[in-house]
Design a protein around this ligand. Structure first.
Ligand SMILES: C[S@@+](CC[C@H](N)C(=O)[O-])C[C@H]1O[C@@H](n2cnc3c(N)ncnc32)[C@H](O)[C@@H]1O
Length: 334
């Protein structure tokens, strides 16, 4: 795709309705030959609108009209392009725990949790968060501090759990783990939240505090290469659950297949939450999306699709399987 088309597409399909600022920036870039030429001089990976806009904000470009963005970015181009080379889009969205929890809670514990593509590991603490599905009761851990509350709209027969899973061990893998104790990494995560999404920023900051209190064990590596050793380290007598959100789109279809076969060969339960078309499910098992414009994720357990989920976790649309997810007959335990 030509860079102008990429930015036009981003304005129309990614930013519209979600970020007037990014919609204006992307539309402006798409019509600006000088800025387009600067972007085209970057390697293809660094041309992504989301990465470029986050890099601009990271070096201090404030959300605002396109003309102000343009002036600031042209002036500070060396700094902006350096950040696009150094950093990657590693948005860590703790809200996804709300759409993962009902499926996770059907797995008999105790659980060892392994997240591949964990970013800073903020989704590794589903048992330390509070949840409210629709207008239902709040499900919360037994703590003195007020836990971070995730609200999630629901439709369909969501098996809302009445207890949090027992997580006895947790770890993650990422090509480039971010460190919740490193102020620059945290500022990068904050910058990846779009300008108008203040509720997501507040949620991110609360999740960082949870992770800082007990920093996650994150291994730097590839999700296929690093998985066997991590599974081998998991707690004896626990059920190992390998999960991921918004990750398999970063690897080729061949690597996806290799990863899926590996999780099976290692005897782990597999919980996935990925965008449309990333995992090939039998189309016969997928009902029509309730909101085709949003690009809802599909939540699946052991390869069986269970629900559509808002990409940031604000809604869960459970499929009408009548009996919910298939029972765990695998007895997979370490
Ligand atoms: C969009 S972020 C999602 C982070 C987290 N799963 C979440 O839902 O908040 C994708 C993450 O996957 C990581 N990633 C991409 N390809 C990977 C690979 N082959 N092995 C390990 N991690 C990978 C990236 O570094 C990035 O941190």
């Amino acid at each position: 795709m030509q860079t102008a088309d990429l930015y036009r597409w981003f304005a129309s399909y990614e930013a519209r309705r979600k970020s007037p600022c990014f919609e204006a920036w992307a539309t402006g870039v798409a019509e600006d030959p000088e800025v387009l030429a600067m972007i085209d001089a970057l390697p293809p990976r660094q041309r992504q609108p989301n990465l470029l806009f986050a890099a601009a904000r990271f070096v201090g470009v404030e959300p605002g009209p396109f003309e102000e963005f343009r002036t600031a970015v042209v002036e500070r181009w060396d700094e902006v392009s350096d950040i696009t080379a150094l950093r990657r889009t590693q948005t860590n969205e703790v809200g996804r725990c709300a759409t993962l929890l009902p499926a996770l809670a059907t797995i008999p514990g105790p659980i060892s949790l392994i997240e591949v593509g964990a970013s800073a590991g903020l989704c590794l603490y589903p048992d330390r968060l509070a949840y409210r599905y629709g207008t239902g009761p709040i499900l919360a851990p037994d703590t003195e501090d007020e836990p971070l509350l995730l609200d999630c709209d629901v439709d369909g027969p969501v098996p809302v759990p009445d207890a949090l899973p027992e997580v006895v061990w947790r770890a993650g893998i990422d090509l480039n783990p971010l460190d919740v104790r490193d102020p620059d990494d945290v500022r990068w995560l904050e910058t990846l939240v779009w300008p108008e999404q203040q509720h997501r920023l507040a949620r991110l900051r609360a999740a960082v505090e949870i992770a800082r209190a007990d920093p996650p064990n994150l291994v730097a590596g590839d999700l296929v290469a690093a998985l066997p050793q991590l599974v081998a380290s998991a707690s004896e007598g626990s059920t190992v659950v390998v999960f991921h959100s918004a990750v398999l789109n970063y690897v080729t279809p061949e690597v996806r297949s290799e990863f899926i076969a590996l999780v099976d060969a290692l005897g782990c339960r597999w919980l996935s939450n990925e965008g449309p078309g990333v995992i090939e499910f039998s189309t016969a098992t997928l009902p029509p999306s309730p909101d085709p414009t949003t690009g809802l994720f599909t939540v699946a357990l052991d390869g069986t699709p269970l629900a559509y989920a808002d990409p940031h976790g604000s809604s869960l649309h459970w499929f009408d399987h009548r009996h919910g997810p298939p029972p765990d007959e695998s007895g997979r335990q370490r």
